[in-house]
Ligand binder design. Structure first.
Ligand SMILES: [Zn+2]
Length: 205
C-alpha cells in the first residue's frame, strides 16, 4: 500500500523494488543494523533505510514494532526520496517528507492528528528553532515538527512542486535555491512564518 501511494505522490515508479529485511526479534535488530550499516542506532529507531556502506542495493531493515506499517512506509518513502533527489537533502526535510508520507497513508489519520498537535504545541512553546536546519532530529518532537513543516511546503507548492525541488537537488542544486526557483520566494520567507503557521495547526488540541 505504501509503495503504491508513494508512486502516485511522486509521479514515478520505483526503479528498483526495495529489499526489505524484517527483523522479528528485538535482540537481533541492533546486530543486523551494525552488520549492514556499520553503526549503532538509538533505541527508539524502529527501522532504517540503508543505501550505503557496501550493501548491494538499497535495503530496508524494519524492527518488529507495534506499528510496522508506519515504519515500513517511512523507510519506503526514504527510498523514493533517495531515488528522486539523491542523498543531498537537509536532514529535517528528508526525515520530514518520509514522515509526512507515512502519516498520510490511509489508516494513519490518528497518528497524523497527534503529530499536528505535537508540532503545534512545541511551536507555541517557542521550542522550534527559527532555522529548521537547527532542529535536533534526536528529540521526541522533531519528527512531528519536521513532517508538519514539510506539510506546509506541500500545501504551498503541491507535491509536484516538492518533486521538482527534489529533481533540481539531484541535478546539483542546493535545497534552498531549488526552493526559491520553484516557489519564486526566498527560503527565508518560509522560515519567517513557519513556526507561527505550525502553532495554528491544532490550537487547541
Ligand atoms: Zn527516516
Amino acid at each position: 500500500m505504501a509503495i503504491a501511494k508513494l508512486q502516485v505522490d511522486f509521479g514515478r515508479v520505483y526503479a528498483i523494488r526495495p529489499r526489505a529485511f524484517l527483523v522479528s526479534q528485538e535482540s537481533t535488530f541492533a546486530p543486523a543494523v551494525r552488520a549492514l550499516y556499520g553503526a549503532s542506532l538509538p533505541p527508539y529507531v524502529e527501522a532504517i533505510f540503508v543505501s550505503c556502506c557496501g550493501v548491494n542495493a538499497p535495503s530496508l531493515l524494519v524492527r518488529n514494532s507495534t506499528d510496522p506499517s508506519y515504519a515500513d512506509a517511512h523507510e519506503v518513502a526514504h527510498w523514493m526520496i533517495w531515488q528522486t533527489a539523491g542523498n543531498r537533502l537537509p536532514l529535517w526535510f528528508d526525515e520530514g517528507l518520509a514522515e509526512y508520507e507515512a502519516r498520510t497513508l490511509a489508516g494513519s489519520e490518528a497518528f497524523r492528528s497527534t503529530n499536528r498537535c505535537t508540532a503545534s504545541l512545541v511551536a507555541r512553546n517557542n521550542t522550534v528553532p527559527a532555522d529548521p536546519n537547527q532542529i535536533d532530529m534526536s528529540l521526541a518532537w522533531a519528527y512531528p515538527v519536521a513532517s508538519e513543516a514539510v506539510g506546509l511546503l506541500i500545501g504551498d507548492l503541491g507535491m509536484a512542486g516538492i518533486v521538482r525541488i527534489l529533481e533540481l537537488v539531484k541535478a546539483g542544486s542546493q535545497f534552498e535555491p531549488a526552493y526559491s526557483f520553484v516557489s519564486g520566494k526566498s527560503f527565508s520567507d518560509f522560515t519567517a512564518t513557519y513556526r507561527e503557521r505550525l502553532a495554528k495547526l491544532a490550537n487547541p488540541c
